[in-house]
Write a protein that binds this ligand. Sequence first.
Ligand code: PLP
Length: 385
Amino acid sequence: MTSYPIYFDYNATTPCDPRVVDAMLPFFSRDFGNAASRSHAYGWVAEEAVDIAREEVAALIGAEVGEIVFTSGATEAVNLAIRGVYEMYGVKGKHIITCAIEHKAVLDTCHYLESIGGEVTVLPVNRDGRIDIEELEAAIRPDTVLISIMYANNETGVIMPVKGIGNIAKKHRVLFFSDATQAVGKIPVDVLEDGIDIMSFSAHKMYGPKGVGALYVRRKDPRVKLTPLQYGGGHEKGMRSGTLNVPGIVGFGKAAEIASREMNDELVRLRGLRDELLRGLLSIEGTALNGNAEFLLPHTCNVSFGGIESQVLISHLNKHLAVSSGSACTSASLEPSYVLRALGIGDELASSSIRFSLGRFTTHEEVSRALGHVNEAVGKLRQEA
Ligand SMILES: *Cc1c(COP(=O)(O)O)cnc(C)c1O
């Protein structure tokens, strides 16, 4: 049996909370019905469980139940949002505004739309890791149909000026889509207060199962309409046909319900642990925080270790510590992170950066041990150099 290292990669995925697993289990076997079966109790039980989960997920983000579309994850939700708006609002225009540090799900969807005639403005970010609201406003054109800016970045943990973006979008009557996969369940997110029209998020980033996510689609002021990605039985108001993943959705609902209740305490606890970790890391010579600490998610920090390749440091750490040099989707590539480069961080520092992301099951003792391991590895590598 392999013994696992301390897990500091919660932004890549989280374990299912045991309470989530318990809630899901009956829906694999005893309560296995199809939520769309209207003629018998198997279907009714499944449908009721999906209804409850939809209420729990909606409540977490301040939405109405009718505004939640379940998907297979955030990637699908992002595709549905961006391609769905592009196709539905083509009469108004073909211009989309996004930014340089979005997740690949957003950037690659935008690239695809460019290949079929769309026009995309990619806003830069500043050294803090945020877009400039004035630059955003200046980029809006009469044919702009969508602003797509993430809620918080997966690599740096920096939170965007979401309310400001929402206000600008409303003022210019442009739809605002936010990929909030790293924020929902971790910090308070409220689609009304934040002025968000469409929002994607994912269960497996908030202690729910993999393979299930959601898209929030505003129903009034304005009522958003999306062209679906796939056609079929007309599930999810026609926006996402296909038999519902009932166990996954039940788990997502339970994860949302737990987050609603426990988030406020949890984020204070995690901020304390993260700050302790960050203080320890920054006391090592040649280290620097990437992004502005003022805007960080409570459980994330991204630190560069001057003069040490992150891949080398990770290979010295990964017996003890599960960390990553960036997003799980791109960490196989040896290129420095496009996110850090967009912050104006040079190639050398960008390739010496490591993301530490903490979560629900992180303990104080793990943070202390992690600091010991990092100190030891850095010391050894600097001695060898
Ligand atoms: C993880 C992540 C995604 C993709 O989510 P899946 O549910 O794994 O498809 C999209 N955007 C961001 C910001 C993420 O962190």
